[in-house]
Design a protein around this ligand. Structure first.
Ligand SMILES: NC(=O)C1=CN([C@@H]2O[C@H](COP(=O)(O)OP(=O)(O)OC[C@H]3O[C@@H](n4cnc5c(N)ncnc54)[C@H](O)[C@@H]3O)[C@@H](O)[C@H]2O)C=CC1
Ligand SMILES: NCC(=O)COP(=O)(O)O
Length: 344
């Protein structure tokens, strides 16, 4: 089988990222060739402690850049070594290791843009640690947009069984007080264009149906509870419809997430992080995924954080289900995109 090569950044080294990355990469080794980016010594020790059968072999960044990926057998996971600056203690954050975490992202992007990787999958990192390391950072989503010079991206989470939910966000990691000003006709237009393009190109949905929430309670209650729906969101939706996008709304967010509405939708566009994501995570925590739309590369991630509490308890407590779904979804998106590019 032709296994896609996927870069897997192992995230915060003191969290559950290294464990869930290794477990998922190992279980999926017949389907996907995962290349792990992280501290090689930590990953080798973790692999040994998880399962003595699990083989990992590391190369340096320089060796990878000079000669590409070695031809390891399928039962040996490849690690590109991005060494932590200080010894890692499970469950204990150390800001001195923050820059090594960012290095894993930089290497993954480099490889994805030069065609070495079909996609990137990211394990969770601790956003505060990156800031403590002296780098202003709000999330992978924004960082990947910055380093790929993409003016706007869209965060979308997906999960749940019946119906399968996709929730995209009009704003990402933003303080609540800044949300209303960030929602403009222009930003909504770009967001809807990105959702439409990526649901078509990466998910194979010919004419995505997008349901859009309001910003205010009851979608503004005809202007009595806020005017953003009347002045910004509804006109943006009309303009999008004229561009051929099937976007409807704005609907009250508190009643939109019912199966009878969701069955007829491919995606819900919510206005801010905590309007949409709690619903998604309630429906699917542990097997949902996060996808960044609009990037010049494919990036998926887990639906959870670093779980330092579990990491501190030792191996064997974290569920790697979301990581499995994230890797499979990235591989599937890579296949769909390749097919779409190949067809005239
Ligand atoms: N993609 C990413 O890099 C993400 C990073 N984070 C970061 O993670 C850090 C911690 O965030 P929290 O809000 O505490 O969320 P969290 O997801 O780390 O933990 C919330 C609860 O869920 C449990 N949990 C999380 N993952 C689990 C797993 N795989 N298996 C079993 N139980 C699991 C934890 O033990 C905890 O009880 C923050 O710095 C946040 O920014 C959060 C979400 C995504
Ligand atoms: N709650 C989702 C989340 O925080 C994802 O952040 P990131 O993927 O941008 O790091």
């Amino acid at each position: 089988m032709n296994r896609p090569i996927i870069a897997l950044t192992c995230g915060e080294p003191a969290g559950i990222g290294p464990e869930i990355s290794l477990r998922a990469a190992w279980e999926l080794r017949d389907e996907v060739r995962c290349v792990l980016l992280g501290d090689a010594a930590l990953l080798a020790q973790t692999a040994y402690d998880i399962d003595r059968q699990m083989r990992v072999a590391a190369i340096s960044i320089q060796a990878w850049r000079n000669t590409g990926l070695p031809n390891f057998p399928a039962d040996c996971l490849c690690v590109i070594d991005c060494p932590a600056a200080e010894p890692v203690r499970a469950g204990q954050l150390d800001a001195r290791n923050g820059r090594a975490v960012l290095q894993t992202l930089d290497m993954a992007v480099e490889g994805a843009l030069n065609g070495a990787f079909a996609a990137i999958v990211t394990a969770p990192l601790q956003k505060s640690v990156i800031n403590d390391a002296g780098v202003a950072f709000t999330g992978h989503t924004e960082y990947l947009a910055d380093v790929t010079k993409t003016p706007q991206v869209v965060m979308m989470l997906a999960g749940g069984d019946a119906p399968h939910l996709r929730v995209a966000l009009a704003t990402t990691h933003l303080a609540l007080k800044d949300v209303p000003a960030a929602i403009t006709a222009e930003s909504l237009a770009r967001t809807l264009d990105i959702i439409q393009a990526d649901l078509q190109g990466k998910f194979g949905i010919a004419r995505p149906r997008i349901l859009v929430t309001g910003l205010n309670p009851h979608a503004g209650e005809n202007g009595y509870l806020g005017r953003e729906e009347i002045e910004v969101i509804a006109p943006a939706l009309q303009a999008a419809q004229q561009r051929g996008i099937d976007a409807r709304g704005p609907y009250p967010a508190d009643t939109l997430f019912q199966p009878k509405y969701l069955e007829d939708a491919d995606c819900v566009l919510a206005m801010y992080h905590d309007q949409g994501l709690p619903v998604l995570k309630f429906a699917s925590f542990g097997h949902g995924i996060n996808i960044t739309l609009g990037l010049p590369l494919i990036r998926t991630s887990v639906d959870h954080g670093t779980a330092l509490d579990l990491a501190a308890r030792g191996l064997g407590h974290a569920d790697h289900g979301s990581m499995m779904v994230a890797i499979r979804a990235a591989a599937e998106m890579a296949r769909k995109q390749k097919d779409a590019q190949a067809s005239p």
